[in-house]
Design a protein around this ligand. Structure first.
Ligand code: MRU
Length: 353
Protein backbone atom coordinates (compact mmCIF):
# COMPACT_ATOMS: atom_id res chain seq x y z
CA UNK A 1 0.00 0.00 0.00
CA UNK A 2 1.46 3.42 -0.89
CA UNK A 3 2.65 5.64 1.93
CA UNK A 4 0.09 8.44 2.23
CA UNK A 5 0.41 11.51 4.45
CA UNK A 6 -2.24 10.09 6.82
CA UNK A 7 -0.22 6.95 7.30
CA UNK A 8 3.15 8.62 7.81
CA UNK A 9 2.85 9.01 11.58
CA UNK A 10 1.38 5.55 12.09
CA UNK A 11 4.22 4.08 10.10
CA UNK A 12 6.81 6.02 12.03
CA UNK A 13 5.85 4.32 15.27
CA UNK A 14 9.53 3.90 16.01
CA UNK A 15 10.59 5.54 19.26
CA UNK A 16 13.99 6.48 20.65
CA UNK A 17 12.80 6.49 24.26
CA UNK A 18 9.77 5.79 26.44
CA UNK A 19 8.75 6.45 30.03
CA UNK A 20 7.59 3.18 31.58
CA UNK A 21 6.82 2.38 35.17
CA UNK A 22 8.81 5.31 36.67
CA UNK A 23 11.86 4.49 34.56
CA UNK A 24 13.31 5.79 31.32
CA UNK A 25 13.81 3.21 28.58
CA UNK A 26 16.11 4.00 25.68
CA UNK A 27 16.45 2.07 22.43
CA UNK A 28 20.19 1.47 22.24
CA UNK A 29 21.08 3.08 18.91
CA UNK A 30 24.63 1.76 18.97
CA UNK A 31 23.27 -1.70 18.16
CA UNK A 32 20.77 -0.80 15.44
CA UNK A 33 19.72 -2.09 12.99
CA UNK A 34 21.01 -5.55 13.89
CA UNK A 35 19.62 -5.64 17.41
CA UNK A 36 16.71 -3.84 19.12
CA UNK A 37 17.68 -3.67 22.79
CA UNK A 38 16.07 -1.33 25.33
CA UNK A 39 18.22 0.05 28.14
CA UNK A 40 16.43 0.70 31.43
CA UNK A 41 17.79 3.85 33.11
CA UNK A 42 17.21 4.72 36.75
CA UNK A 43 19.30 7.82 37.46
CA UNK A 44 20.52 11.07 35.92
CA UNK A 45 24.04 9.61 35.83
CA UNK A 46 22.82 6.67 33.74
CA UNK A 47 21.01 9.01 31.36
CA UNK A 48 24.13 11.22 31.03
CA UNK A 49 26.17 8.13 30.19
CA UNK A 50 23.60 7.02 27.57
CA UNK A 51 23.90 10.47 25.96
CA UNK A 52 27.73 10.50 26.08
CA UNK A 53 27.99 7.00 24.62
CA UNK A 54 25.45 7.72 21.82
CA UNK A 55 22.99 5.06 23.00
CA UNK A 56 20.56 7.95 22.55
CA UNK A 57 21.53 10.67 20.06
CA UNK A 58 20.13 13.40 17.83
CA UNK A 59 19.67 16.93 19.16
CA UNK A 60 15.97 16.89 20.17
CA UNK A 61 16.16 13.32 21.53
CA UNK A 62 19.06 14.09 23.87
CA UNK A 63 17.21 17.16 25.18
CA UNK A 64 14.13 15.04 25.92
CA UNK A 65 16.26 12.31 27.52
CA UNK A 66 17.96 14.90 29.75
CA UNK A 67 14.59 16.28 30.89
CA UNK A 68 13.46 12.78 31.84
CA UNK A 69 16.83 12.24 33.52
CA UNK A 70 16.10 15.12 35.89
CA UNK A 71 12.60 13.77 36.63
CA UNK A 72 14.11 10.35 37.24
CA UNK A 73 16.61 11.80 39.68
CA UNK A 74 13.85 13.67 41.54
CA UNK A 75 11.91 10.43 41.93
CA UNK A 76 15.05 8.62 43.08
CA UNK A 77 16.03 11.27 45.65
CA UNK A 78 12.58 11.62 47.19
CA UNK A 79 12.43 14.35 49.86
CA UNK A 80 16.01 14.19 51.17
CA UNK A 81 17.44 17.39 52.77
CA UNK A 82 19.92 18.17 49.99
CA UNK A 83 17.46 17.27 47.22
CA UNK A 84 17.62 20.61 45.38
CA UNK A 85 21.42 20.86 45.34
CA UNK A 86 21.68 17.25 44.16
CA UNK A 87 19.16 17.93 41.42
CA UNK A 88 21.14 21.02 40.40
CA UNK A 89 24.26 18.83 40.17
CA UNK A 90 22.30 16.35 38.02
CA UNK A 91 21.30 19.24 35.71
CA UNK A 92 24.96 20.21 35.24
CA UNK A 93 25.97 16.59 34.61
CA UNK A 94 23.31 16.17 31.93
CA UNK A 95 23.97 19.52 30.31
CA UNK A 96 27.68 18.73 30.02
CA UNK A 97 27.15 15.26 28.53
CA UNK A 98 27.62 16.61 24.99
CA UNK A 99 28.58 20.19 24.03
CA UNK A 100 27.24 20.98 20.54
CA UNK A 101 23.48 20.37 20.42
CA UNK A 102 21.90 23.31 22.22
CA UNK A 103 18.69 21.31 22.79
CA UNK A 104 20.41 19.68 25.74
CA UNK A 105 21.06 22.98 27.58
CA UNK A 106 17.65 24.25 26.44
CA UNK A 107 15.80 21.29 27.96
CA UNK A 108 17.78 21.49 31.20
CA UNK A 109 16.99 25.22 31.40
CA UNK A 110 13.28 24.37 31.10
CA UNK A 111 13.58 22.02 34.09
CA UNK A 112 15.79 24.15 36.36
CA UNK A 113 13.13 26.56 37.68
CA UNK A 114 11.14 23.52 38.86
CA UNK A 115 13.76 21.80 41.00
CA UNK A 116 11.89 22.63 44.21
CA UNK A 117 8.60 21.28 42.85
CA UNK A 118 7.37 17.71 43.45
CA UNK A 119 8.86 15.02 41.20
CA UNK A 120 5.49 14.65 39.42
CA UNK A 121 5.74 18.28 38.28
CA UNK A 122 9.21 17.64 36.85
CA UNK A 123 7.92 14.55 35.10
CA UNK A 124 5.01 16.52 33.63
CA UNK A 125 7.46 19.10 32.25
CA UNK A 126 9.60 16.39 30.62
CA UNK A 127 6.45 14.94 29.06
CA UNK A 128 5.47 18.40 27.83
CA UNK A 129 8.90 18.88 26.20
CA UNK A 130 8.45 15.53 24.46
CA UNK A 131 4.90 16.35 23.32
CA UNK A 132 5.98 19.75 21.98
CA UNK A 133 8.74 18.11 19.93
CA UNK A 134 6.24 15.63 18.49
CA UNK A 135 3.96 18.50 17.39
CA UNK A 136 6.93 20.49 16.05
CA UNK A 137 7.96 17.52 13.90
CA UNK A 138 4.59 17.45 12.18
CA UNK A 139 4.51 21.20 11.59
CA UNK A 140 8.02 21.18 10.10
CA UNK A 141 7.24 18.16 7.92
CA UNK A 142 4.21 19.86 6.42
CA UNK A 143 5.95 23.19 5.89
CA UNK A 144 9.12 21.66 4.44
CA UNK A 145 7.31 19.23 2.12
CA UNK A 146 5.42 22.19 0.63
CA UNK A 147 8.72 23.52 -0.71
CA UNK A 148 9.40 20.45 -2.83
CA UNK A 149 7.20 21.31 -5.76
CA UNK A 150 8.58 18.86 -8.30
CA UNK A 151 9.10 15.13 -7.95
CA UNK A 152 12.82 14.54 -7.60
CA UNK A 153 15.77 13.13 -5.73
CA UNK A 154 16.99 14.38 -2.39
CA UNK A 155 20.18 13.95 -0.40
CA UNK A 156 20.37 13.81 3.39
CA UNK A 157 23.07 13.34 6.00
CA UNK A 158 23.23 11.63 9.40
CA UNK A 159 19.95 10.56 11.03
CA UNK A 160 17.27 13.15 11.69
CA UNK A 161 14.30 10.81 11.97
CA UNK A 162 12.18 9.21 14.66
CA UNK A 163 15.34 8.00 16.36
CA UNK A 164 16.60 11.57 16.76
CA UNK A 165 13.34 13.18 17.94
CA UNK A 166 10.03 12.49 19.66
CA UNK A 167 8.14 12.08 16.39
CA UNK A 168 8.72 11.58 12.67
CA UNK A 169 11.89 13.64 12.61
CA UNK A 170 13.14 16.98 11.34
CA UNK A 171 14.79 16.64 7.91
CA UNK A 172 13.57 13.04 7.70
CA UNK A 173 10.08 14.17 8.67
CA UNK A 174 10.07 16.51 5.66
CA UNK A 175 11.32 13.65 3.51
CA UNK A 176 8.59 11.32 4.83
CA UNK A 177 5.82 13.83 4.10
CA UNK A 178 7.23 14.81 0.71
CA UNK A 179 7.50 11.16 -0.30
CA UNK A 180 3.92 10.51 0.81
CA UNK A 181 2.84 13.42 -1.40
CA UNK A 182 4.64 11.95 -4.41
CA UNK A 183 7.36 14.61 -4.49
CA UNK A 184 10.34 12.34 -3.86
CA UNK A 185 11.53 9.66 -6.24
CA UNK A 186 14.52 8.49 -4.21
CA UNK A 187 16.48 9.46 -1.11
CA UNK A 188 20.27 9.36 -1.10
CA UNK A 189 21.80 9.06 2.37
CA UNK A 190 25.45 9.57 3.29
CA UNK A 191 26.84 6.82 5.48
CA UNK A 192 28.05 9.31 8.15
CA UNK A 193 31.36 8.06 9.43
CA UNK A 194 32.41 7.19 12.04
CA UNK A 195 29.16 6.19 13.78
CA UNK A 196 27.29 5.43 10.54
CA UNK A 197 24.06 7.12 11.59
CA UNK A 198 23.09 7.40 7.90
CA UNK A 199 23.95 3.82 6.95
CA UNK A 200 22.58 2.16 10.08
CA UNK A 201 19.72 4.39 11.22
CA UNK A 202 18.41 6.47 8.29
CA UNK A 203 18.41 3.56 5.85
CA UNK A 204 16.65 1.45 8.49
CA UNK A 205 13.95 4.05 9.10
CA UNK A 206 13.38 4.52 5.35
CA UNK A 207 13.39 0.76 4.61
CA UNK A 208 10.73 0.14 7.30
CA UNK A 209 8.42 2.47 5.38
CA UNK A 210 9.29 1.35 1.86
CA UNK A 211 10.78 4.71 0.87
CA UNK A 212 13.31 4.10 -1.94
CA UNK A 213 16.77 4.97 -0.65
CA UNK A 214 20.38 4.49 -1.68
CA UNK A 215 23.41 4.69 0.54
CA UNK A 216 26.38 6.71 -0.65
CA UNK A 217 29.84 7.02 0.84
CA UNK A 218 30.43 10.31 2.65
CA UNK A 219 32.92 11.30 -0.03
CA UNK A 220 30.35 10.71 -2.82
CA UNK A 221 28.07 13.66 -2.01
CA UNK A 222 29.47 16.13 -4.56
CA UNK A 223 29.59 13.49 -7.28
CA UNK A 224 26.01 12.47 -6.53
CA UNK A 225 24.99 16.11 -7.06
CA UNK A 226 26.98 16.26 -10.30
CA UNK A 227 25.54 13.04 -11.74
CA UNK A 228 22.18 12.21 -10.17
CA UNK A 229 20.21 15.41 -10.58
CA UNK A 230 19.69 15.89 -6.83
CA UNK A 231 17.07 18.63 -6.32
CA UNK A 232 17.46 19.28 -2.60
CA UNK A 233 19.97 18.71 0.19
CA UNK A 234 17.85 18.40 3.36
CA UNK A 235 19.56 18.24 6.76
CA UNK A 236 18.90 18.85 10.45
CA UNK A 237 20.78 21.01 12.94
CA UNK A 238 22.38 20.73 16.36
CA UNK A 239 22.67 24.45 16.97
CA UNK A 240 21.73 27.46 14.88
CA UNK A 241 23.56 30.63 15.93
CA UNK A 242 21.79 34.01 16.02
CA UNK A 243 23.15 34.84 12.55
CA UNK A 244 21.97 31.53 11.01
CA UNK A 245 25.32 29.72 10.97
CA UNK A 246 24.39 26.10 11.59
CA UNK A 247 26.22 23.27 13.34
CA UNK A 248 25.31 19.80 12.16
CA UNK A 249 26.95 16.40 11.73
CA UNK A 250 30.50 16.45 10.37
CA UNK A 251 30.34 16.39 6.56
CA UNK A 252 27.39 18.78 6.30
CA UNK A 253 29.65 21.73 5.42
CA UNK A 254 31.24 19.85 2.49
CA UNK A 255 27.77 18.91 1.22
CA UNK A 256 26.53 22.51 1.53
CA UNK A 257 29.52 23.88 -0.40
CA UNK A 258 29.06 21.23 -3.09
CA UNK A 259 25.32 21.99 -3.25
CA UNK A 260 25.94 25.69 -3.93
CA UNK A 261 28.44 24.77 -6.67
CA UNK A 262 25.98 22.39 -8.34
CA UNK A 263 22.84 24.52 -7.98
CA UNK A 264 21.25 22.09 -5.52
CA UNK A 265 18.85 23.82 -3.10
CA UNK A 266 19.62 23.46 0.62
CA UNK A 267 17.14 23.14 3.47
CA UNK A 268 17.86 23.05 7.21
CA UNK A 269 14.99 21.65 9.27
CA UNK A 270 15.09 22.20 13.03
CA UNK A 271 12.77 23.15 15.89
CA UNK A 272 13.19 26.62 17.38
CA UNK A 273 14.72 24.89 20.43
CA UNK A 274 17.82 24.43 18.20
CA UNK A 275 18.20 28.19 17.69
CA UNK A 276 20.63 29.70 20.18
CA UNK A 277 20.28 33.47 20.24
CA UNK A 278 23.01 33.65 22.92
CA UNK A 279 25.54 32.41 20.38
CA UNK A 280 26.26 35.24 17.96
CA UNK A 281 27.80 33.24 15.14
CA UNK A 282 29.10 29.81 14.21
CA UNK A 283 32.60 30.73 15.41
CA UNK A 284 31.27 30.50 19.00
CA UNK A 285 29.59 27.11 18.69
CA UNK A 286 31.49 24.47 20.70
CA UNK A 287 32.31 21.52 18.47
CA UNK A 288 32.50 18.10 20.08
CA UNK A 289 35.78 16.25 19.56
CA UNK A 290 35.42 12.55 20.21
CA UNK A 291 37.96 9.82 20.86
CA UNK A 292 40.34 9.22 17.96
CA UNK A 293 39.74 5.50 18.39
CA UNK A 294 36.19 5.91 16.97
CA UNK A 295 37.78 6.88 13.66
CA UNK A 296 40.80 4.60 13.72
CA UNK A 297 38.64 1.50 14.04
CA UNK A 298 35.55 0.34 12.19
CA UNK A 299 33.06 -2.12 13.64
CA UNK A 300 35.50 -2.87 16.45
CA UNK A 301 38.33 -3.68 14.01
CA UNK A 302 41.34 -1.41 13.78
CA UNK A 303 42.02 -0.88 10.08
CA UNK A 304 44.76 1.72 10.56
CA UNK A 305 48.45 1.33 11.46
CA UNK A 306 49.10 0.95 15.19
CA UNK A 307 50.86 4.31 15.33
CA UNK A 308 48.11 6.20 13.42
CA UNK A 309 46.61 9.31 15.01
CA UNK A 310 43.28 10.96 14.18
CA UNK A 311 41.36 14.23 14.56
CA UNK A 312 37.71 13.44 15.19
CA UNK A 313 35.39 16.48 15.30
CA UNK A 314 31.84 15.15 15.02
CA UNK A 315 30.12 18.37 13.92
CA UNK A 316 30.93 21.24 11.58
CA UNK A 317 29.43 24.66 10.97
CA UNK A 318 27.80 25.79 7.72
CA UNK A 319 27.83 29.57 7.17
CA UNK A 320 24.29 30.94 6.89
CA UNK A 321 24.85 32.18 3.34
CA UNK A 322 24.96 28.58 2.09
CA UNK A 323 21.48 27.83 3.47
CA UNK A 324 18.59 28.51 1.08
CA UNK A 325 15.80 27.87 3.56
CA UNK A 326 15.37 27.26 7.26
CA UNK A 327 12.22 25.38 8.29
CA UNK A 328 11.10 25.46 11.94
CA UNK A 329 7.75 24.63 13.53
CA UNK A 330 6.93 28.35 13.65
CA UNK A 331 8.27 29.82 10.42
CA UNK A 332 9.92 29.15 7.09
CA UNK A 333 12.78 31.54 6.34
CA UNK A 334 14.45 31.95 3.01
CA UNK A 335 18.15 32.90 3.20
CA UNK A 336 18.21 33.01 7.02
CA UNK A 337 20.38 35.73 8.54
CA UNK A 338 20.58 37.60 11.86
CA UNK A 339 17.81 40.11 11.07
CA UNK A 340 15.38 37.60 9.58
CA UNK A 341 15.86 35.12 12.43
CA UNK A 342 15.39 37.82 15.08
CA UNK A 343 12.23 39.10 13.37
CA UNK A 344 10.84 35.59 12.96
CA UNK A 345 11.50 34.68 16.59
CA UNK A 346 9.87 37.86 17.82
CA UNK A 347 6.73 36.95 15.90
CA UNK A 348 7.13 39.55 13.14
CA UNK A 349 8.15 36.90 10.69
CA UNK A 350 5.51 34.28 11.40
CA UNK A 351 4.71 32.24 8.35
CA UNK A 352 6.92 32.37 5.28
CA UNK A 353 9.44 35.17 4.90
O1 MRU B 1 26.10 12.72 16.86
P1 MRU B 1 24.61 12.68 16.63
O2 MRU B 1 24.14 11.41 16.01
O3 MRU B 1 23.84 13.06 17.86
O4 MRU B 1 24.37 13.85 15.55
C1 MRU B 1 23.06 14.08 15.10
C2 MRU B 1 22.99 15.12 14.05
O5 MRU B 1 23.97 15.72 13.68
C3 MRU B 1 21.62 15.46 13.53
O6 MRU B 1 21.70 15.89 12.20
C4 MRU B 1 21.02 16.59 14.38
O7 MRU B 1 21.11 16.29 15.74
C5 MRU B 1 19.60 16.84 14.05
S1 MRU B 1 18.58 15.49 14.59
C6 MRU B 1 16.96 15.89 14.34
Amino acid sequence: MPLTVDRVEKFASLRALRWEDRRLEILDQRLLPREERWLVLQSAEEVAEAIRSLAVRGAPAIGIAAAYGIALEALRLGDGPDRVSRLAAACRLLQEARPTAVNLAWAVARMEPLLEAPAERLLAEAQRIEAEDLAANRAMAEAGAELLNERGRVLTHCNTGALATAGIGTALGVIRFAYARGRIERVYACETRPWLQGARLTLWELAREGIPASLIADGAGAWAMARLGIAWLIVGADRIAANGDTANKIGTLSLMIAARHHGVKTMVVAPTSSIDTQTASGAEIPIELRDAEELLACGGHRHTPDEAEAWNPVFDVTPAELIDVLVTERFVLERPNRERIAAALSGLGRGSC
